[in-house]
Design a binder for this molecule. Structure first.
Ligand code: SAH
Length: 248
């Protein structure tokens, strides 16, 4: 049996947002590896071993996947959204780079998925229709001063901004500070979208101005999008449309 590793994105939650390429790989896999809630999204079947692990063991998971593939297993490492966005693909390549030479001969593929900010943007309208950036607000893997610097510079450059992991467990006050910085740089009128559990039954969308934004409007299942100075709302019955025009 020839082994392989795919690092697959499961999308934001809805079954219909999993790509056919990812579904095919999961149907052929002998082993699925990932964080507990993501592995729980993969259906059990005979011949498939599920390896669910806690968060923060990304490198162990990656080494495990490469070791199994070197033994001839067909391994799917699963992430939510896209595996290249604040997720397992980079962790796997960290392990590959540091690991034994023979791992480099393995068949390794990254299978893209729909990342949270794109699913959220689509639900709200088109807030990322002009230039934008994505910032992970967790300070697990980088120092807080670097996050602050990137926030300020992105705001000054008038990007729309998508924030992943807004409430870090290790720094619950971090998101409040991020909102203060954004108010300083962008003013209180700027539009901000809190999109929680997008494409799942618990989905919640909330659009407010920065001066109304509170830290507890976000949790670890929320992606936050702050508009640029051009981002605006089209009011209509029901939910308004949030969009950023294509021209600056
Ligand atoms: N690889 C994932 C991101 C992992 S980081 C992706 O591409 O989407 C985890 C963060 O993603 C969460 O804290 C949250 O900010 C965001 N996220 C993931 N799924 C989400 C969903 N369904 N709705 C809103 N935000 C989500």
């Amino acid at each position: 049996m020839t082994g392989w590793v795919v690092i697959a994105g499961l999308g934001p939650g809805a079954e219909g947002l999993v790509t056919p390429e990812v579904s095919d790989a999961l149907a052929q896999a002998t082993d699925v590896i990932g964080y507990i809630p993501y592995v729980a999204r993969v259906a059990e079947r005979p011949g498939l071993t599920l390896h669910a692990t806690d968060n923060r063991v990304e490198l162990d998971r990656a080494v495990h996947a490469l070791t199994l593939a070197a033994q001839g297993k067909r391994v799917a490492v699963v992430s939510s959204g896209d595996p290249g966005v604040f997720a397992m693909a980079s962790a796997l390549f960290d392990a590959l780079e540091a690991g034994p030479e023979q791992w480099r001969a393995l068949d390794i593929r990254v299978l893209p998925g729909i990342t949270a900010m794109l699913a959220a943007a689509a639900r709200a309208g088109a807030p990322l229709g002009h230039d934008f950036c994505a910032i992970n607000l967790s300070d697990n893997l980088k120092p807080w001063p670097l996050i602050e610097r990137r926030l300020r510079l992105a705001a000054q450059a008038d990007f729309a901004m998508a924030f992943y992991n807004p409430r870090s467990r290790s720094r619950p006050e971090g998101f409040g500070r991020a909102l203060d910085i954004l108010r300083e740089e962008c003013g209180g009128d700027r539009l901000i979208l809190f999109a929680r559990a997008v494409s799942t039954p618990e989905e919640e969308l909330r659009i407010v101005h920065l001066n109304q934004a509170m830290p507890d409007m976000a949790d670890m299942r929320t992606v936050v999008i702050v508009g640029s100075s051009r981002t605006r709302l089209i009011e209509r019955a029901g939910q308004p449309i949030l969009y950023t025009p294509r021209s600056a």
